[in-house]
Ligand binder design. Structure first.
Ligand code: SAM
Length: 311
């Protein structure tokens, strides 16, 4: 009996919420949309993550500039939005940007969407925003999903200071150099990675950043969403044996430990040995000192004992 009443109450509440949401969206759609550039965040997997404001802007915009019009058309169709779409991506941006700006100058509203998530976050749009602002046009963001923040908030790692590093370079040498730059940043790192590169990229992170805590967020908001937590060395080891990976990933890496300057000699020697496999003695000493934030002289001394042992 109690269960039945609870179900009834839930059904009434659901109806009330649905009615209220549709009233809100009607009110929003009834308002005119001033001319300007609207940066509209769209779902990163689960279509229901779209906001009421995002729907209202997309429904009213004179033009929607989309990274991939066919992809965005599916989202629009899902929500019954009939809109004019124009492609705007890295290959046509130079040509299309003046046209989009001309639309806004002529008093029209242009919405910018990317394939998923927040435009401009490892997606096109930065130059368009810059030029629209330089031209004195209205630029406004309709915030919503972004894989970076969804990963950060579910990682269980410090959220007070974080650095979004986007995609790392695809080649290992350049990737390690970039990781060495990031190694000393006192912040949680957010890194986008593609499935085919994840294992190698994690191996480089483990080597350059050391055995820090990490969370790998996969397929966020989708059916097979997972967040795997562990240390960089352990997860890099596990992934090196796994078969071909699929899906979309964000890697969230903990900040460096505060007392890294007091690292054990063993830890420095371990890092140095790895570096010596790919670098000269001098370069290895320099990069290890940089990565671990210890004095170069200390690394050098330890390096000499290593050499002596070899003799
Ligand atoms: N602008 C988007 C945003 O705000 O989320 C990011 C676009 S970027 C081109 C695509 C990358 O974002 C993917 O390679 C992956 O690293 C990450 N990503 C996007 N959707 C994701 C999801 N559902 N789960 C995990 N990572 C995702």
């Amino acid at each position: 009996m109690q269960d039945h009443r609870d179900e009834e109450r839930a059904a009434v509440a659901a109806l009330g919420t649905a009615e209220r949401a549709s009233e809100v969206i009607r009110e929003l759609i009834d308002r005119p949309l001033p001319p300007g550039l609207y940066l509209v965040a769209t779902p990163i997997g689960n279509l229901s993550d779209i906001s009421l404001r995002a729907l209202a802007v997309l429904a009213r915009a004179d033009l929607i500039a989309a990274e991939d019009t066919r992809h965005s058309q599916k989202l629009l169709t899902h929500f019954g939005i009939r809109a004019k779409l124009a492609p705007y991506h890295e290959h046509n941006a130079e040509r299309e940007r003046p046209r989009l700006l001309a639309h806004i100058k002529a008093g029209r509203s242009v919405a910018l969407v990317s394939d998923a998530g927040t435009p401009l976050i490892s997606d096109p749009g930065y130059k368009l925003v810059r030029e629209a602002l330089d031209a004195g046009l209205l630029v406004t963001s309709i915030p919503g999903p972004s894989a970076a923040l969804a990963a950060l908030t579910s990682a269980g790692l410090p959220t007070d200071t974080f650095l979004f590093a986007g995609f790392l370079p695809p080649k290992s040498g350049a990737r390690r150099t970039r990781l060495a730059e990031l190694a000393t940043v006192p912040a949680t790192l957010l890194i986008f990675e593609t499935a085919p590169r994840l294992a190698k990229s994690l191996a480089d992170m483990a080597e350059v950043l050391g055995p820090r805590e990490v969370a790998i967020a996969k397929e966020l908001t989708k059916l097979h969403e997972t967040v795997t937590r562990g240390t960089l060395d352990r997860l890099a080891g596990e992934l090196s044996n796994s078969e071909t990976l699929k899906g979309e990933f964000v890697v969230v890496v903990a900040p460096p430990a505060e007392n890294e300057a007091e690292l054990s000699d063993e830890r420095i020697v371990e890092q140095l040995k790895k570096a010596l496999k790919v670098e000269s003695f001098r370069d290895a000493v320099r990069s290890v000192a940089e990565v671990l934030q210890v004095k170069r002289a200390r690394v050098y001394e330890l390096g000499l004992t290593l050499d002596r042992k070899r003799d």
